[in-house]
Design a protein around this ligand. Structure first.
Ligand code: SAM
Length: 277
């Protein structure tokens, strides 16, 4: 077996179905001098599947800052493969600082792309894919989560989020509150036995999961503004009237425009008219 050139190899691994490990990924794992892994027990399972054993060293959120300089130094003479427990390293997983520092130190950085739950979810959701914004995990606390949602309410793109089963219903309800009741998909256990994609509006999905938190791994995909049935004009008007009780006209128009994906200038004009009444 030829030795690999020294450097950092970013290796994507399956998100459930081990059959999704690419042949190039398996080859790099087999030939790397060292695997930098999130959890050696998880990676050992993958290595067993392809019938190899390789030396492993932990690289995860809790030790990354401490071990990174040593790992970067090793790249001068060793081929180090970075893998996470599932999917593509760096995507809601550690790694970007390692890539940055490896390149800054003049070492080769090579990627072996493969499964990623965010992209797999987009392929299942049946929502527009021409523009999407990956949000990773939203903050778990309600106030910080609402603020994070408000920040992206006006973005004209499909939104992709990671979430856990116990928090799913609350997250969907917060998304409905902050974005308006858009179309969405809850994709679960992708590539595994119970893979599913459940579609509906954010509020119907929130209701569906409120008393029945699902098991397994989840990606939420939310349509861009304007994809859901447009809000009734009287609903927008009522929201504007309510916002005007709290905010000046420009801010009220902005808030309601973000929430309903409506035109801010038109709402501002309407807000001024309402105030003049
Ligand atoms: N790096 C990974 C990737 O490329 O997707 C993501 C790592 S992140 C720590 C783990 C989250 O990804 C899970 O909590 C879940 O939201 C999502 N995820 C991972 N595997 C999944 C699967 N098979 N089905 C649905 N979501 C999955």
């Amino acid at each position: 077996m030829n030795a690999l050139a020294p450097g950092l190899y970013i290796v994507a691994t399956p998100i459930g179905n081990l059959g999704d490990l690419g042949t190039r990924a398996a080859d790099i794992l087999a030939r790397a001098d060292l695997l930098a892994v999130e959890d050696s027990r998880v990676t050992a399972g993958l290595l067993r599947h392809i019938g190899i054993k390789r030396p492993m060293t932990p690289y995860h959120d809790h030790n990354a800052d401490a071990v990174r300089p040593g790992l970067v130094a090793r790249l001068a003479t060793a081929a180090v493969a970075l893998v996470s427990d599932a999917g593509t390293p760096l995507i809601s997983d550690p790694g970007y600082k390692l890539v940055r520092d490896a390149r800054a130190a003049g070492h080769a950085v090579v990627t072996i792309p493969g499964p990623c739950a965010a992209v797999a979810a987009l392929t299942l959701a049946g929502l527009p894919t021409d523009r999407f914004l990956f949000l990773g995990f939203l903050p778990p606390k309600a106030q910080a989560r609402a603020a994070a949602i408000a920040e992206v309410a006006g973005v004209r793109a499909t939104l992709v989020l990671y979430e856990s089963g116990p928090r799913l219903a609350a997250c969907l309800a917060a998304l409905a509150d902050g974005l308006g009741d858009r179309d969405a998909a809850v994709t679960r256990e992708i590539t595994k036995r119970f893979e599913e994609a459940v579609t509906g509006t954010l509020s119907t999905l929130a209701a569906r999961y409120a008393d029945a938190p699902p098991k397994g791994e989840i990606v939420i995909v939310v349509a861009p503004p304007g994809e859901a049935a447009p809000a009734a004009a009287d609903e927008v008007e009522a929201a504007l009237a309510e916002a005007l009780t709290r905010l000046p006209a420009a801010k009220a128009a902005g808030e309601v425009a973000r929430r309903f994906g409506a035109d801010r200038k038109a709402l501002y004009a309407r807000a001024l008219a309402l105030k003049a009444r």
